[in-house]
Design a protein around this ligand. Structure first.
Ligand SMILES: [Ca+2]
Ligand SMILES: [Ca+2]
Length: 514
């Protein structure tokens, strides 16, 4: 061995030592994925330097329709992050720039609170891509990322109201209760006359027997221009918020905030059940961390304030009941009495082939397409099933999917939405959350509906319930049922879930170079 090669080897060792030192310095910025989020979209941290992070994400049953196909939409993922400040509080971490692999595209809203990641080209199957994120803030200690499955609902016209006389509270054409109303780009006039939108105002009995609030206050007015009618494009969560995603949310809050947002024993007192089988609710605080034993099962036992806070924290917003019908029916003509999958066939899940909760179980019977109660004596599944349970079925009807591919809009958990039937709903302005909630654990976005008092079981608070749940009869699961569309409930109930949306950016649909 000569001196030259010896010197070279020493030099190489020195380089290695230097490189290792440099790596250990930049590794002072640990990045982790929220556990509940990762149960749906697994995330691998490939590299993390000060100010930027590289992640690989994968998710199942992804698609993008071919250009020119009648439906023409795609799924995607809302990727957002928090960082822990010096006081230990989790704060939103904005994204300055993002880039993905060839074959995937990104939409980064101007507020940088997250990025939408989706297929750039037509295709379907499991998705996998690496994403490089450049953070707006470099001097952060610890990062947690969240990747939520979403579906893109394109801009376009659609019909409201299913024209079935047996569908309570349904929207209809202003001059004919037997015809649907067509939403277009034009402003919506609320009036009992031709060209306007109107709805059935009859109240429906509540489970205890008393009549619920009217789903329609009968005000004749122009719907404010800011109100999301469903015509404009938006992103919607593909599944109801899961118990794992909700545990991630609670885990990023202060103890005071989490106490306001976590279902408590007092909330359960009406159920007549106790843990561990409280309508399949599996969250628990273990060693200071919130964990869901079944992270894929839909979150239940929510109230509006929980959903609104979750949406604010995630940089999203609540949907309106018009967006609910758009997300379900899509551009297809109405079918009287239809459910979110566009037909009137509805088969309740009665059990599972394989271990319930294992992630590989199959719903039984083989043609079951949601969870509901055929009668008060026949309630086959008392609690939520998991996100993606029906995803491998051959047909849209079998998967229980909407026109656009959104899961579980009819049945499983109730969807909470901003109501058009009362003034406090019509004044909604679709601002997005800013990634933070207030110290009391409440959403603090101006002009979102909020519960003003919990002194009554319900009130005129501007929100209501859509789509029914596992405890409801089939009529409640119809796309156009509005029997509780203005209900404004003030109590956590075992069938109440949530799903958030975000208005699509009008100007950032192209991949961005890093
Ligand atoms: Ca649902
Ligand atoms: Ca906020």
């Amino acid at each position: 061995m000569n001196c030259l090669s010896k010197g070279y080897r020493l030099f190489a060792v020195l380089l290695t030592v230097l490189a290792l030192t440099a790596t250990s310095v930049v590794k002072g910025q640990p990045v982790e994925a929220g556990a509940g989020s990762a149960a749906l979209v697994p995330v691998t941290v490939e590299a993390s330097r000060s100010g930027s992070t590289q992640l690989t994400l994968s998710w199942r049953h992804s698609w993008r329709d071919a250009p020119g196909s009648p439906r023409g939409n795609h799924d995607g993922v809302w990727l957002f992050a928090k960082h822990q400040d010096s006081a230990g509080r989790w704060q939103p971490l904005r994204i300055a720039q993002a880039a993905s692999d060839e074959g995937y595209a990104l939409e980064r809203p101007q507020d940088g609170l997250g990025v939408f990641l989706f297929r750039a080209r037509a295709g379907s199957g499991d998705a996998r891509t690496t994403v490089s994120l450049q953070w707006a803030q470099a001097d952060v200690q610890r990062i947690r990322v969240y990747a939520w499955p979403m579906v893109y609902v394109p801009e376009g016209s659609f019909q409201l109201g299913d024209s079935a006389a047996s569908t309570p509270g349904r929207f209809h054409a202003g001059d004919d209760p037997a015809l649907p109303y067509t939403v277009t780009v034009a402003p919506i006039k609320l009036a009992p006359q031709a060209g306007a939108l109107w709805a059935d105002a009859s109240s429906t009995p509540l489970p205890a027997g008393a009549l619920g609030p009217s789903p329609w206050d009968g005000a004749t007015a122009m719907l404010p221009a800011a109100f999301p009618t469903g015509y404009r494009a938006f992103w919607i969560q593909r599944y109801e918020i899961t118990q794992g995603q909700y545990a991630d949310f609670l885990d990023a809050l202060s103890p005071e905030q989490a106490a306001a947002r976590a279902p408590m024993p007092a909330d359960f007192s009406s159920s007549g059940r106790t843990l561990p089988d409280n309508y399949r609710y599996t969250l628990a605080l273990q060693d200071g961390r919130w964990r869901a034993a079944q992270p894929r099962w839909s979150m239940n036992w929510l109230i509006w304030s929980d959903g609104a806070a979750l949406a604010d924290w995630a940089g999203l917003r609540p949907m309106t009941e018009l967006e609910f019908e758009k997300a379900a029916r899509g551009a297809a003509p109405v079918v009287p009495g239809e459910y979110a999958w566009g037909t009137t066939k509805i088969i309740a899940i009665r059990g599972f082939d394989g271990v319930d909760g294992s992630g590989s179980e199959r719903a039984l019977p083989a043609d079951a397409n949601t969870s509901w109660s055929p009668s008060t004596q026949d309630r086959p599944l008392l609690g939520p099933y998991g996100a993606g349970l029906l995803a491998d079925r051959a047909t849209r009807e079998g998967r229980g999917e909407s026109y656009w591919g959104v899961a579980d809009l009819s049945g499983n958990m109730v969807e909470m939405a901003v109501s058009v039937g009362v003034p406090s709903g019509r004044s909604f302005v679709p601002r997005h959350g800013d990634g933070r909630i207030n110290d009391a654990g409440e959403a603090d976005v101006a002009d979102w509906p909020r519960i003003e008092t919990r002194g009554r079981p319900f009130g005129d608070f501007g929100f209501g319930y859509r789509g029914g749940d596992f405890y409801n009869p089939e009529r409640d699961l119809r796309i156009s049922s509005r029997n509780v569309a203005t209900f404004g409930g003030t109590r956590r109930l075992f069938g109440l879930g949530f799903r958030a949306v975000r208005s699509a950016s009008q100007d950032q649909r192209e991949p961005e170079p890093l």
